[in-house]
Design a binder for this molecule. Structure first.
Ligand code: FES
Ligand SMILES: [Fe+2]
Length: 392
């Protein structure tokens, strides 16, 4: 079933599912061959046809709020430099000097009014123009305009920075994100404050991602940490192109919403039910009561490796020591649950699938976002994706 309910309608459906001890389901169980997670050829194709062709979310606007702010990122062998120019525009560059290729900066983030290459001292404006060549006369003549930083298609919308990792490739975020973009836009995340980021090595990117889009595992994997706060295995799914809004009931849903009239249930988001937005191919966004949490999972150096980046926004910067401590605690606890509960399990999955003796894994009718994610991956792996997108 493919549908796109309002958030209040999804919240209402979650309430009914909890009352009836049901959950939204797909038509059947889906089997995925183990080799789809471990085969090197397929993994390379995923990078080429998905990660280097489709728009990706690379940063929060709030991470780069002031002109001159920048951050670096190394993903899939690409050293990237994301910079907000003096003109206020965000651009994504290769973090590489166009003289002989040195990395322009090794800093994870910072603010500057020009980038100076550490090798021979060439300088670039924050909009990528080459503005200074050391010993210009000695170096000799060349076209400076052609030696600006190598840039990638990029656009800033809804408080996020989107890019395509192929120079000159088309980037149409309205088309690719559709209603999901409108929904994220409604949170005005560009006005929020970035509080910090955390990083975590993981197994194959799809194995890691699968853990973020279902709560069926909460009762066991997160028995003492998350399970007391959520009802495991109950979800709603609303698709927007290849993206999904996954709804989940909190443990308090019956108590908090049961006594309120149904017309008021739209007010119970984050006080009865909440949503994780699965943004194809590798991002989840959770808008929680105290903060917003972005997860980006990128393939690592081999099919069995990935890197997870977590970053956190708060509606306003922590105002005092206590708010600061609270936010740091949220970030560390989130990282810790993933590091000690999810990822050890996920590395185990990786080993099993690599053993060659487990032919396939199966995704249940209740693991609908996972089924949809794998079917969308298959869809975009076509040389020229054609025909309608899979439906949930
Ligand atoms: S490599 Fe950057 S100035 Fe030479
Ligand atoms: Fe988990």
């Amino acid at each position: 079933m493919s549908q796109q309910r309002t958030r209040a309608e999804a919240g209402s459906a979650l309430f009914d599912h909890v009352c009836g001890n049901t959950t939204q389901q797909t038509a059947s169980v889906l089997s995925i061959p183990a080799e789809e997670f471990v085969d090197e050829g397929r993994w390379k194709l995923e990078i080429e046809r998905i990660f280097k062709k489709l728009p990706l979310i690379l940063a929060w606007s709030a991470e780069l709020s002031a002109p001159g702010a920048y951050k670096t990122l190394e993903i899939m062998g690409l050293p990237l430099l994301i910079s907000r120019g003096a003109d206020g525009l965000v651009r994504v560059f290769l973090n590489s000097c166009t003289h002989r290729g040195a990395q322009l900066t090794g800093q994870e983030r910072g603010n500057c009014n020009r980038f100076t290459c550490p090798y021979h001292g060439w300088t670039y404006a924050t909009d990528g123009r080459l503005i200074g060549v050391a010993d210009k006369a000695g170096f000799g003549e060349f076209n400076h305009q052609e030696r600006g930083l190598r840039s990638l298609p990029c656009v800033e919308r809804a408080g996020l920075v989107f890019a395509v990792l192929t120079p000159d490739a088309p980037l149409n975020v309205e088309e690719f994100y559709g209603g999901m973009l409108t929904e994220i836009e409604s949170f005005n995340l560009q006005d929020w404050s970035w509080c910090g980021s955390r990083e975590l090595p993981g197994p194959n990117w799809k194995i890691a991602f699968d853990g973020y889009i279902e709560n069926y595992h909460f009762a066991t994997t997160h028995r003492t940490t998350l399970a007391p706060y959520f009802i495991s295995g109950v979800m709603t799914f609303d698709t927007f192109g290849p993206h999904v809004r996954v709804g989940a009931p909190s443990a308090s849903i019956l108590a908090s919403m049961g006594s309120a009239p149904r017309e008021e249930w739209q007010n119970y988001e984050n006080n009865g039910y909440e949503f994780v937005r699965s943004i194809f191919p590798n991002v989840t966004i959770s808008v929680l009561p105290e903060h917003v949490h972005l997860t980006q999972i990128f393939p690592g150096n081999t099919p069995g490796e990935s890197i997870t980046l977590l970053s956190f926004l708060r509606q306003r910067p922590p105002q005092d020591e206590e708010e600061h401590r609270r936010m740091t605690e949220i970030m560390d606890v989130t990282l810790n649950i993933l590091r000690t509960e999810d990822y050890p399990t996920n590395f185990g999955v990786q080993k099993s699938l690599q053993s060659g003796l487990l032919d396939s894994v199966i995704f249940g009718r209740n693991e609908a976002a996972n089924q949809f994610f794998h079917r969308c991956t298959e869809y975009y792996l076509q040389e020229q994706p054609e025909g309608p997108l899979p439906v949930l």
